[in-house]
Every structure is written in C-alpha cells, then in structure tokens.
Design a protein around this ligand. Structure first.
Ligand code: ATP
Length: 298
C-alpha cells in the first residue's frame, strides 16, 4: 500500500516545552489514522507541522514520497481550527470564496454540500447554523477540490451527541470513498469507532502505533478460577500465548497476546488436571490499554 505521509524524527520545542519529541510515523493510502493523546500531548503541533503551518526544529516529513510542495498541498484538505466563515453569507457564497482562495472552480460546491448534508440549507446564512452544521461546513470546505487526504483536529469537540454521530458517519462515508483521513483526538471511543490505525502520543512522544483491531486483540483477557489457584497460576504462565496476569480475589485475570478460544483454554487446563470453577472473557477496551500505556510511560 502506498505511503502517503512519512514523518521521520520530528521534534518541536516551544521555549522550555518539548511539544513533539523525535516522532516518526507512516500513514498509508486508505487508512483512517488516529493520533490519540491527552491534552497537550502534541497532536495539534504535529498536524500543524505536516500542514506547513509551523516549522519543526528537526526531522523531516514527506507527502506522497516527496518533499512537501505546492502540488502536494493541493492534495490535502484540513480542518484545524473551529469553523470560521462569513456569518451573513450563505454556505454557497462562503464556499465560493474558499474556492477562489484555493484557485479552483465552483463546480464542486454542490457535491460537498450534498456530501455533508447541508445542501438543503445552502442558501441560509451561516450564522443561523447549529455548531454541528458549522463543523460540517468546515469539512465541506476542506473537501472542495476532492483532496486525497483529509486532516481533522478534534472534529467532534463541542458537539452534542447528534452532532457527534453526524460527523462520525460523515468521516466514515468519506473514508469509504477512498480518501485517507488523519484525525487528532483525545477520545478513545472516537478512535475505536472510526479509525483503522492509531498512534498514541504522550508528552510529545509516540508510545505505540498499529492497527486499532490489533490493539483490541492483545487486549483480550480471561477471568479464571479453580480450587487450586497455585496450580492454575502455573498452568496459565505455561500457556503458549501467555502475556501477563493479575490476581483479583480468588480469580485470576490472564492476558494473552493472541485471541484465545475459551473451549481450547478449558481443554488445556483439564489436560493438566485443573477443573475450572470459573471462565469468562473480558474484553479490555482500547481505553484500558491506552491508560496502561500512559501509566507505564509516566
Ligand atoms: P490539545 O488537545 O490540548 O490541543 P495537543 O495534543 O493538540 O493538545 P499541542 O496543542 O500540540 O497538544 O501542545 C503540545 C504542548 O505544546 C503543550 O504543552 C502546549 O501547551 C504547548 N504549546 C502548543 N502551542 C504552543 C505555543 N504556540 N507556544 C507555547 N507552547 C505551546
């Protein structure tokens, strides 16, 4: 799969604050790539660097395998700040102004208004829009000219549940049309729902990156108990894909590096003369995994 963005060892410092530290990551064509981290972890700084809004102190990045250029920037649409349009003008007129700035024609305006569900309101004044509609207009504006990449910084911040659902559906719809999407978010749930890949940032450093589904797979764990807890503990540790365990009262919470089948696990213990008195799956959420990563790297 083609690498559309390659970041190598980028660092950015604001005075004493190291906002981004030696960050490297690759985004491939068609991915919905989440940059996940708490407030102040360097997400906006990273996006601002790859959009050439600010300069890194060191490191490089490439778009489509080449140094960034005017041509590569034309292939990228972004929403970095809260939506800002002329309040007394309609979406159509506002988008005409954006099209003029981008140096493209007006023939894409109806498409992006339809895509973002704003076509019916195309002639209302911007100031009459809900915050959710304003945010969708910002996405529409970023999509003018049909970019290959869409970059969104905290796209659902400040929206009500319905507005959040609208934006998430819209992002998935745009991704299904083949656009590569990069999203900064502090919401695990959001990344879990819409991203295919994730990089976790803490204090400007990357702690982890990979497929969201793989993060979930390593997160499978089993609650187990047996009369002889010591024998059970030894048998769990000897299991081929054993990763780690914790004791919770008379139960053991065992984590495995691959998804485990309860039936096979049960058979395994039985084969070792251990009869389980309890066996249940516990899916750790990305949130628990994320919090563990942050705790381990505090
Ligand atoms: P948030 O979700 O709160 O925006 P973030 O993950 O996007 O967080 P950044 O905005 O990139 O994080 O900020 C990273 C660090 O750099 C923070 O400590 C922030 O205070 C600091 N920072 C960001 N911009 C500036 C600036 N212009 N001047 C000084 N410090 C800054």
């Amino acid at each position: 799969m083609e690498t559309v963005l390659s970041i190598s060892n980028i660092s950015k410092r604001y005075g004493k604050i190291q906002a981004v530290s030696n960050l490297s990551l690759d985004v491939k064509n068609g991915q919905v790539f989440g940059i996940l981290g708490p407030n102040g972890s360097g997400k906006t700084t990273t996006l601002s660097i790859i959009l050439d809004l600010i300069k890194a102190n060191s490191g490089t990045y490439m778009w489509f395998g080449k140094a960034p250029s005017t041509a590569s920037r034309k292939r990228i649409g972004s929403v970095i700040e809260s939506p800002n349009f002329f309040p007394y003008l309609s979406p159509v007129v506002n988008l005409k102004i954006v099209a003029d700035i981008k140096g493209i024609g007006y023939d894409d305006i109806d498409r992006v208004l339809q895509l973002t569900g704003l076509y019916e309101r195309r002639n209302s004044r911007f100031k009459t829009f809900s915050y959710g509609m304003k945010q969708r207009l910002a996405v529409a504006s970023a999509l003018l000219g049909n970019p290959d990449i869409l970059i969104l910084d905290e796209p659902t911040n400040g929206l009500d549940p319905q507005g959040i659902a609208h934006i998430r559906e819209l992002i998935l719809h745009i991704a299904n049309q083949g656009t590569t999407i990069i999203i900064a978010s502090h919401l695990l749930d959001e990344v879990q729902k819409i991203c295919s890949h994730v990089a976790v940032l803490s204090k400007g450093r990357k702690l982890f990156d990979g497929k969201v589904s793989e993060v979930l797979a390593i997160s499978d764990s089993m609650e187990l108990s047996a009369r002889d807890t010591e024998a059970l503990t030894l048998a769990v540790k000897a299991y081929p894909s054993y990763h780690s365990m914790t004791r919770e009262g008379d139960k053991i919470l065992a984590c495995f590096s691959d998804a485990v089948n309860p039936e096979i696990l049960n058979q395994y213990f039985f084969g070792k003369g251990i009869i389980l008195t309890h066996l249940s799956e516990r899916k750790r959420t990305l949130e628990q995994h994320f919090l563990e990563l942050l705790r381990d790297n505090a």
